[in-house]
Design a protein around this ligand. Structure first.
Ligand code: BGC
Ligand code: NOJ
Length: 811
């Protein structure tokens, strides 16, 4: 069953039934000011950091789900309703929500009144702008009472939810004209406040929550709205809110716009005050003035659209698969931008409180994003590398506001360092900017500790080399990519987090085949980089370690039919046929096949066949099999999940592409494509009722074959799945891959595909690439012509920027 449809022309997903199986959300903003918005107007806003600068309040996991947001209430004399159906839930005559590229419109029709709310964060603006358009389609005059609503958070989203003995006494507001200001704690240590304005005179307002709702009423029936009478309340402590009351008269056929601005301001200490205890409103007023008419708002939205045109024009495809085209050209790239901005911090599955920017996550996200805005990827790489330690280890996460390593989460995830090589080489391949390697970058943000970024890559590489276990394989530390395979943890205490509890790595034999494969793949990238910059000695040194690793994998990492997953603390095998449960895992088989280890000896094909046989199912490839059915203290969190969920045999969509890419190494395009389609959201749109989450973005996890309800997805939006699927489809299946010296063309496709086209902007030039596959091959390019001339090999060399080239490829 579907709850809407794609509108590719406008790059929107159109939801036509508000009762989606889970809130289907969108993200507004792409730089500093951000909002999450659901299809019924739920959600919240923050500035840069969802934990430390929360602007509006949200109640997680509430009843009903998704309560609280940016609501408009309409009292038209006959009914009280909201354009987004919720929170009033008054039956609408029609409803439509359109989620687009960083904007959302929600339209409801009732009693002949159309109300459409547009929400977006204009470029380079610290505010969310909302345009409410009201249209009278009847033959009578309509007198509407409009109430806006947002609820302020007291800035720190964590303490906002717990420290009520203090919170209920701190709230402060100011009211001036049609602007409601929130200035809690501004008097003392804060240099920021928020505001909510409307571009019309108001006939009333409320800033105290209980006055607005009435203590016994919920979001669906505020007392003021029901009575059509605001209280003009001024909040002192308790829970400050902002609600405007505006009366709108509409002649038959007439329409009117109201523009609301929900903004954030920072003032320097000298500029904080206008007069005693009266905040300096200059910046707020300047922003409000930028959007004080509907025309200005429309112009800002048009700018945002153009911005997205330019981002999405860098890579676009035309195939015979409409569902594929819309993912690659629109939604997958969009999701990559969102994961790049938020890492794993704020979604409807991540509270924005628990997690900052992940070291490994952000490097991977970057790879799906780097072609869009390489400058921002560059800045991100420097930020990430600055949290690394001198021995190559790193903080697992850092806070976006301070950019400092997050001590609470700690360190010791031994795959982390290698991802910096992945992120940096991806950036250089895309941009050609080798100068980033000379950039001075500190360790642990300590002034004076700066070394070149290149040196950071060297210590990353050496962190693996210096931490090998008794089998010559990488020690896993706290965990590798799989945060839940905690081989050094042994936790018996339900009050401790698997992620941060003691890491008994001293004397441990826990070694990871996932890191081993990762090391070979990105170690080779490092070697290639060294060669490209003329550092032959380092390239040779590194190559020897890679050769040793390949040998160690073949010797100690092969189980006979597939690659082992790990050795545990005691040196016992994990992911072996010898194990009773968890005999085979996806990660090591993904990485070792991507690395092509034992390709000639048939190991790659064998491992991939075992994956197909044991891990594949209708909805995708599960992480391990058989699922763990009891708690293994020596494995940790993985065995704490019920079978079929999350890291315990869920379909972890993040690592399905590793197998797809592995299949392209083996040249089996049909299998790669089959795996791709299984988890690609546009292909599962028609099972939305089972799948539950948004059909326009990837989810982290789909319940696996051992689960109670296989096919049910969770954790949509913020997942490495976005970048990895984009990377797999564009660079390995369609096979258009940037490298230091040009664009590699190496598709590995389904034999049923007879042709496809790609437009790729690369280093300033535009390539129109037409691939023909007359004989139904899966892999192998037989000829490439550029502007009619045959070239040698399958790399399009760097050509003059500014020009457009026609590239004809025959497979
Ligand atoms: C989840 C992982 C996640 C980890 C760190 C675990 O509970 O299952 O997917 O990476 O927490 O937050
Ligand atoms: C989600 C985390 O964000 C990511 O870092 C990790 O690799 C996966 N879960 C697997 O555990």
């Amino acid at each position: 069953m579907q709850y809407g449809h794609f509108d590719d022309e406008r790059r929107e997903y159109v939801i036509t039934n508000p009762r989606t199986p889970w809130p289907w959300i969108n993200y507004l903003g792409n730089e500093d000011f951000f909002s999450l918005i659901s299809n019924t107007g739920g959600g919240y806003s923050f500035y840069k950091d969802a934990k430390f600068r929360r602007i509006t309040r949200y109640r997680y996991n509430n009843v009903p789900m998704d309560s609280g947001g940016k609501y408009f209430y309409i009292n038209d004399g006959e009914s009280v309703w909201s354009p987004g159906w919720k929170p009033c839930k008054t039956e609408l005559d029609s409803y439509e929500c359109r989620h687009g590229m960083n904007y959302t419109t929600i339209k409801g029709v009732k009693n002949g009144i159309e109300a459409e709310a547009l929400y977006f964060v204009p470029l380079k603006t610290w505010a969310e702008v909302q345009k409410l358009t009201l249209r009278n389609t009847t033959n009578e005059v309509k007198m509407l009472k409009i109430f806006s609503f947002v609820e302020w958070a007291l800035w720190n989203a964590a303490t906002d939810m717990e420290n009520f003995q203090r919170n209920f006494s701190t709230g402060e507001v100011e009211i001036e004209d049609s602007v409601l200001y929130h200035k809690t704690e501004y008097k003392e240590r804060r240099d920021h406040y928020a505001y909510y304005s409307v571009n019309a005179p108001i006939q009333g307002f409320d800033t105290d929550r209980e006055s607005f709702f009435g203590l016994y009423n919920g979001f669906d029936e505020p007392q003021t709205v029901l009575e059509g009478a605001p209280r003009n309340s001024e909040a002192h402590g308790w829970s400050p809110i902002a609600s405007h009351y505006v009366e709108v008269n509409l002649q038959p056929g007439e329409s009117k716009d109201l523009v609301f601005v929900l903004g954030y301001v920072e003032n320097s200490p000298e500029e904080k005050w206008e007069s005693k205890n009266i905040i300096n409103k200059t910046k707020a007023k300047a922003t409000i003035a930028r959007f004080d008419t509907a025309e200005k708002v429309d112009a800002a939205l048009a700018e945002l659209r153009t911005y997205w045109d330019n981002l999405l024009n860098v890579f676009s495809i035309k195939t015979n698969e409409e569902k594929l085209d819309r993912m690659v050209n629109i939604w997958n790239q969009y999701q990559c931008m969102i994961t790049f901005c938020f890492s794993r911090s704020a979604s409807f599955f991540e509270s924005g409180i628990g997690r900052g920017m992940g070291f490994r996550d952000s490097n991977q996200d970057l790879v799906g994003f780097v072609h869009q805005i390489p400058e921002r990827a560059r800045e991100r790489i420097i930020d990430i590398a600055s949290t690394q330690f001198a021995d190559g280890g790193c903080y697992h996460q850092y806070q976006p506001l301070t950019k400092k390593g997050n001590n609470e989460i700690g360190q010791g995830f031994n795959d982390d360092p290698m991802w910096l090589i992945f992120g940096t080489t991806a950036y250089i391949k895309e941009s050609g900017d080798f100068s980033i390697l000379d950039e001075p970058v500190p360790f642990d943000n300590q002034d004076g500790s700066e070394v070149s970024l290149f040196r950071h890559l060297t210590v990353s590489f050496d962190h693996v080399v210096n931490n090998l276990g008794p089998h010559g394989l990488p020690l896993s530390g706290r965990a590798d990519w799989n945060d839940c395979l905690n081989l050094n943890c042994f936790s018996n205490d339900p009050n401790e987090s698997f992620q941060t509890t003691e890491n008994k790595s001293e004397g441990s034999q826990a070694q990871s085949l996932m890191i081993a494969g990762l090391f070979v793949v990105y170690g080779r990238d490092y070697v290639e980089l060294c060669k490209t910059i003329g550092n032959v000695a380092e390239a040779d040194r590194a190559q020897k370690h890679i050769d040793d690793m390949v040998e160690a994998i073949k010797l100690n990492g092969w189980d006979g039919e597939w690659f082992l997953r790990a050795y545990d603390y005691f040196g016992n095998k994990v992911g072996s046929n010898e194990n009773e449960e968890g005999k085979i895992f996806i990660e090591s088989n993904g990485w070792c096949t991507m690395a092509g280890i034992g390709l000639e000896e048939g190991m790659v094909a064998k491992a991939l066949d075992a994956v197909k046989e044991r891990l594949d199912c209708e909805h995708g490839i599960v992480l391990n099999n058989p699922a763990y059915t009891k708690y293994y203290i020596e494995y940790g969190e993985i065995s704490s999940y019920p079978p079929g969920y999350k890291e315990n045999a869920g379909i972890f969509c993040h690592n399905n592409p590793w197998i797809m890419i592995g299949e392209t190494v083996q040249g089996r395009g049909d299998r790669a494509w089959d795996y791709f389609r299984k988890i690609c959201p546009s292909y599962t749109e028609n099972i939305s009722d089972l799948h539950k989450v948004e059909p326009y973005v990837y989810a982290q996890m789909i319940a696996g074959k051992d689960a109670f309800r296989p096919g049910e997805a969770k954790n949509s939006w913020l997942t490495g799945t976005a970048a990895w699927n984009y990377y797999a489809i564009t660079q390995y299946i369609l096979g258009i891959r940037p490298t230091y010296s040009g664009l590699i063309i190496d598709p590995c496709i389904s034999p049923e595909w007879k042709e496809f086209e790609v437009t790729r902007k690369f280093r300033g030039a535009t390539y129109h690439i037409k691939v023909k596959n007359p004989n139904g091959a899966m892999k192998g390019v037989t000829s490439i012509k550029i502007n009619g001339k045959i070239i040698e090999g399958n790399i399009i060399p760097l050509l003059a920027a500014g020009d457009t080239y026609a590239v004809e490829v025959v497979m």
